[in-house]
Design a protein. Structure first.
Length: 302
């Protein structure tokens, strides 16, 4: 079985980390707590030897909890956390996180760009200073965006070449079209992705696609145009597998997504498939070769 690193999933206990964005009616499938035991059940039989857990709310305390959780959960090899990137003390905040329990598992920080409606948000001097501080500590900078924000993302990644950016969920292509089996109009997204991918400091995650499509009517063939365009734009060396579990449960079981992506990648050479399934995540996030080792930060990699 192919070795896999799930580079994007979440864990939460709502009494400690409220998920106010979850609608209990339309999102009943994820209106629950999700713990390492639930994760282990989802991963069973899927060849996943390591994962990266990603922040779900813009609260630094959640990152503290996730790092401590990673320290006692061997399969969780990395944490992409959250700090206020516009604050003047980003470097100090990262140092605090890294000095606490599980701090060695901090491999990245995520910016929730999708929540911003100011078209100039990514041009902010304070934000960019914070992003540079993240990169200076050897961490990656995840971006979760709407597809209409991709032109601003392209400008950002071009103007900050020293920052290793990771684009979550392929920049959320508009896959929910009038016909759920064929997907939406990807022309604008594809053009914008080409410009983003022109900057070599960007990698992207093949994650979260089923929830950008019709939750009840998506198909592998409907996702294929987005995946194939991403392959053409980034190449296997700058793409990584992720699930976006448990959010992905709104549209598919964990094993269904793994099976779907396996089919979409089946035409690639075996080495390219291995790169997407685990190689890119190991390289970008400095993940260990096994779950018994700690993550490697950039300054430790040479």
């Amino acid at each position: 079985m192919t070795q896999r690193i799930d580079a994007h999933h979440h864990l939460w206990v709502r009494s400690r980390t409220p998920q106010d964005w979850i609608d209990p009616v339309s999102m009943a499938a994820i209106d629950a707590d999700f713990t390492p035991d639930d994760l282990a059940e989802a991963l069973a039989g899927q060849g996943v030897t390591g994962t990266v857990v990603v922040q779900s709310v813009q609260v630094e305390a959640e990152t503290v909890d996730l790092l401590a959780l990673a320290a006692r959960t061997p399969v969780v090899q990395g944490v992409v956390g959250w700090v206020d990137l516009t604050a003047p003390d980003v470097a100090d905040a990262l140092a605090r996180l890294r000095s606490g329990p599980g701090g060695a598992h901090l491999v990245g920080v995520r910016s929730m760009v999708q929540a911003e409606h100011d078209p100039a948000y990514l041009d902010g001097a304070d934000l960019r200073r914070g992003m540079r501080a993240v990169a200076a500590t050897g961490l990656a900078l995840d971006l979760v965006t709407r597809h209409d924000q991709l032109p601003a993302v392209a400008r950002l990644v071009r103007e900050l070449p020293e920052v290793p950016f990771v684009l979550d969920h392929l920049g959320k292509p508009p896959l929910a079209g009038d016909d759920p089996t064929t997907g939406g109009d990807l022309a604008d997204w594809a053009a914008a992705i080409d410009v983003v991918a022109a900057s070599p400091n960007v990698t992207a995650k093949l994650s979260g696609l089923v929830t950008e499509a019709s939750w009840t009517g998506w198909s592998a063939e409907g996702l294929r145009p987005a995946v194939e365009h991403a392959l053409a734009a980034f190449g296997a060396g700058r793409l990584m597998f992720g699930s976006d579990w448990p959010v992905s449960l709104l549209a598919a079981r964990y094993d269904t997504w793994v099976e779907t992506l396996s089919g979409l990648l089946a035409g690639l050479p075996p080495a390219a498939q291995e790169t997407i399934w685990h190689g890119t995540a190991r390289r970008v996030y400095g993940l260990p070769a096994s779950a018994t080792q700690e993550p490697r930060h950039e300054e430790e990699q040479g």
